[in-house]
Design a protein around this ligand. Structure first.
Ligand code: UDP
Ligand code: MG
Length: 152
């Protein structure tokens, strides 16, 4: 089924300058990029985005991570994409690998570029992708205005 998927290049990926490598992997999936922009996400946006993490012990560290508020990283920008195509969510999440890079297969994006900081207990997994087509629509409405997303 043709569907959309939000992809966020997280601050650690921008710091490592691996956006091109990540997008290269995702372009191999033969989906359409129908929106893209760089932004410094507000705390409010990040908290809305991660509303499903309410009550989880790692919520606060994840919000800090997404704000770039860690490891002295001053560049806290995020690049947001919308990909569209057949089974976009499943294809992209398979390419990403498991949430924790330590559990992600080495040839996946998170397995290749992510890092689990065991001491701080923070998962630096470089990239976000929507969990489902339904959640993608909720997330896209948070990150993009309607006119910023094309219909491929
Ligand atoms: N996260 C974390 N520790 C965990 C699970 C999640 O730090 O044990 C963070 C991580 O940045 C992850 C985000 O919270 O990407 C959202 O969690 P989710 O379960 O939705 O994983 P995802 O869909 O990103 O694979
Ligand atoms: Mg998720």
């Amino acid at each position: 089924m043709k569907e959309r998927c939000l992809v966020l290049i997280k601050p650690d990926a921008l710091e490592k300058r691996i956006t091109g490598l990540v997008v290269d992997r995702l372009e191999r999936l033969e989906l359409d990029i129908v929106a893209a922009k760089t932004l410094a996400a507000t705390e409010d946006l990040i908290r809305k985005h991660y509303a499903h993490l309410a009550g989880k012990p790692f919520l606060e560290s994840t919000v800090h991570y997404m704000m770039g508020d860690y490891n002295h990283i001053a560049n806290h920008k995020i690049i947001a994409f919308v990909f569209q195509g057949e089974d976009a969510v499943k294809k992209i999440r398979t390419a990403l690998g498991a949430t924790n890079p330590d559990n992600a297969a080495p040839d996946t994006i998170r397995g290749s570029f992510g890092k689990f900081d065991k001491v701080a207990d923070v998962v630096y997994n470089c990239v976000h992708a929507s969990d489902s087509a339904q959640d993608a629509e909720r997330e896209i409405a948070l990150w993009f205005k309607p006119g910023e997303v094309l219909d491929a």
